[in-house]
Structures are given as structure tokens and as C-alpha cells.
Design a protein around this ligand. Structure first.
Ligand SMILES: [Ca+2]
Ligand SMILES: [Ca+2]
Length: 105
């Protein structure tokens, strides 16, 4: 699920910008409602938005149900191990269900 920076980026010179989204949920626009703590004190994008509409909901589960048991980097291969299986559903979709992106539509 897409994310935006929570703060303006700073020009480090020569139009080079750097930004670390992972240090705190406030680094991400929408805070903890639009991102996920992927490891203790490390924040990132939430997996589970198979149709890319910015919401993790039952529509994404329908895609998972269609692709379950198949191989490849499919939209519902949420952990990106080239297999669509229960790990994708249980560890990504169910865990993140009802999160929404804060990127304006
Ligand atoms: Ca979705
Ligand atoms: Ca997978």
C-alpha cells in the first residue's frame, strides 16, 4: 500500500533528497493508520492491497482466493516469495485488513 512522507524533504545539495520512512510512524503521512510497524521500531508499507486501490479489504481477499495455490509474483503474493498461499493471507492480509493509504485519490 502506497505511502507519502509525513514531512517536507530537505535538499541535501545538488537536488539530492533523502528521507527515512522507517524510523517512526510519524515519518509517514497518516501515521500508524497508514503504515505498519514491520519490526520493533521499524515502520514501512503495509502489505495486502492486491488491487492497488489504497484499501486493504474484502476485494483484496477475493483476489487472493483466485490466486491461492499459484506460483509467481502475483498481486496477492504479499510476502513476495513467488507463491500465493496461506502465509500471504494470514500474515499480511488478515493482519493489515482495513488499513487504508493516505495518498489522496
Ligand atoms: Ca485493495
Ligand atoms: Ca507469498
Amino acid at each position: 500500500m502506497g505511502i507519502l512522507s509525513g514531512y517536507n524533504l530537505t535538499n541535501n545539495g545538488n537536488n539530492l533528497f533523502s528521507y527515512d520512512f522507517s524510523t517512526d510512524s510519524s515519518q509517514i503521512y497518516g501515521g500508524p493508520l497508514g503504515c505498519k510497524e514491520v519490526e520493533p521500531s521499524i515502520w514501512g508499507m503495509a502489505a495486502g492491497d492486491a488491487n492497488g486501490d489504497g484499501d486493504i479489504d474484502t476485494q483484496d481477499k477475493l483476489i487472493w482466493e483466485t490466486e491461492a495455490g499459484t506460483l509467481g509474483y502475483k498481486p496477492s503474493d504479499f510476502n513476495m516469495n513467488e507463491q500465493v498461499d496461506n502465509l500471504d493471507k494470514d500474515n499480511s492480509f488478515i493482519e493489515n485488513m482495513y488499513l487504508s493509504s493516505f495518498i489522496p485519490k
